[in-house]
Design a binder for this molecule. Structure first.
Ligand code: ARG
Length: 459
């Protein structure tokens, strides 16, 4: 491609370090779409003869069919997807192929291809997250009344419902989708026509190529256009946060599947056995989702570090932008699918959850709140009184609701029989009707609202 200036070919290690074709072949569809939009515009603007543009466009279609059927040939001499395609085009249509690269550079070409690819990646992730949300809604609705211990510090705190707990992840995924949607909007400007870095002297129509490729508008600064990788970083940052949420959910499944908890039975389809311990059923899929989050964060970090010291405009370091995005996207897609499948098929052991919710003095706050409400006791004092009731129950080896009324009255004379009505876990959750609270009625309101907004996605 630059034979005019060079007498000798590259050293073999140069050829190897320089080549991006082993990974950027994944951009082939976007590369062909970009070239077709570019050449159609060149013909309309009278920069390339219509007959040449038609030959180029037909040749590109044929190359697309070949790639579809046989994959992209990897030949390190041709360096990258842009050169592989252009050299094949020359084989197919001859000298006219050399007109395609008029008024563009691989710098704006790769920036355009990569934006198109990341835009598709964002749409794929969004579809996966929508399916995950739908599954969370289904299981949350099914278990809107199922009482489980709610934790802080991983200590039983107050009873909540399983539906409420699952809906917490619905909210996290909602924010993830909104982050990808924001990023997509910022990404959607077309760098094609920025050429190498300074724009071009040819009378191109950047608005036309932007529109043909589904971009909202062309980018406004040619230097920025070829050197900006914010869209890839935005993707990786959104992916990082999303993977972090999936990892937290995976972590819960791992804890819940452990024998001491026993809150879930993970399906065979998402578990593995042990080659030595026949009783084992290991939560490997969840552990790998947790593990993948680390790798996705690593990808985000890799591109941040690649970009942080680069002067304007293009530098070859930027060729390294693609592997971390491809890797993160593959890992995220697998993680979303695995979590969706696990949520769909997991057996929630709600009897066990209820049993544990009833056994951890989880309604102590309800006793204190009752003293505030019915006895006009200041909350701090009520907290102290309740602490003594918990100590008495613990000493007697019973639950709060099992303490005889005389014992409770002995602790504080303002307590009477009505207290037993608030000490059950069902009464406790039903009472938490504040907006966003765990009361089954509240949870159902949120589920219904979310189902109504299903297409509106990020509400
Ligand atoms: N393969 C290159 C990349 O991904 C294409 C751009 C090459 N531009 C250049 N000036 N060498 O970054």
């Amino acid at each position: 491609m630059w034979g005019g200036r060079f007498a000798a070919g590259p050293a073999s290690v140069m050829r190897e370090i320089n080549a991006s074709i082993p990974f950027d072949k994944r951009l082939w569809k976007q590369d062909i779409a970009g070239s077709k939009a570019h050449v159609a515009m060149l013909a309309r603007q009278g920069i390339v003869a219509q007959a040449d543009a038609d030959a180029i466009s037909a040749g590109l279609d044929q190359i697309a069919a070949e790639y579809e059927a046989n994959g992209v040939p990897v030949n390190l001499d041709l360096e990258d997807i842009h050169m592989v395609t252009e050299s094949r085009l020359a084989e197919l249509i001859g000298a006219a192929a050399g007109r395609l690269h008029t008024a563009r550079s691989r710098n704006d070409q790769v920036a355009t291809d990569f934006r198109l690819w990341v835009r598709d990646a964002m749409d794929e992730v969004d579809a996966g997250l929508a399916a995950l949300q739908a599954m969370l809604l289904t299981r949350a609705e099914e278990h809107a009344d199922a009482v489980m211990p709610g934790f802080t510090h991983l200590q039983s705190a107050q009873p909540v419902t399983l539906g409420h707990h699952l809906m917490a992840y619905y909210e996290m995924v909602r924010r993830d989708r909104s982050r990808f949607a924001d990023a997509r909007e910022r990404l959607n400007e077309c760098p094609l026509g920025a050429a190498a870095l300074a724009g071009t002297g040819f009378p191109i129509d950047r608005h036309a190529t932007a529109a043909a490729l589904g971009f909202a508008k062309p980018t406004d600064n040619s230097l920025d256009s070829v050197s900006d990788r914010d869209f890839a970083l935005d993707y990786l940052m959104a992916a990082t946060q999303c993977s972090l949420h999936l990892s937290r959910l995976a972590e819960e499944f791992i804890i819940w599947a452990s024998q001491p908890f026993g809150f879930v039975k993970l399906p065979d389809a998402y578990s593995t056995g042990s080659s030595i311990m026949p009783q084992k059923r290991n939560p490997d899929a969840a552990e790998l989702v947790r593990g993948h989050a680390g790798r996705i964060m690593g990808c985000m970090n890799a591109l941040c570090v690649t970009m942080k010291g680069l002067p304007l405009a293009y530098s070859k370091d930027m060729q390294d932008d693609k592997p971390p995005v491809f890797e993160a996207h593959d890992l995220l897609g697998l993680s979303i699918a695995a979590m969706t499948g696990m949520i769909e098929t997991v057996t929630f052991r709600t009897d066990r959850m209820r049993g544990l919710a009833e056994s951890g003095f989880a309604t102590a706050t309800d006793l204190a709140d009752w003293l505030v409400r019915e006895g006009n006791v200041p909350f701090r004092e009520a907290h102290h009184i309740t602490g003594r009731a918990v100590a008495a129950a613990e000493a007697a080896g019973v639950q709060l609701a099992d303490l005889p009324i005389e014992t409770l009255k002995g602790i504080d004379a303002r307590i009477d029989e009505r207290i037993y009505a608030v000490l059950t876990v069902d009464a406790s959750v039903a009472s938490r009707k504040s907006h966003g609270g765990t009361a089954p009625d509240q949870v159902r309101v949120r589920i219904a609202q979310a189902q109504k907004n299903a297409e509106g996605q990020t509400k």
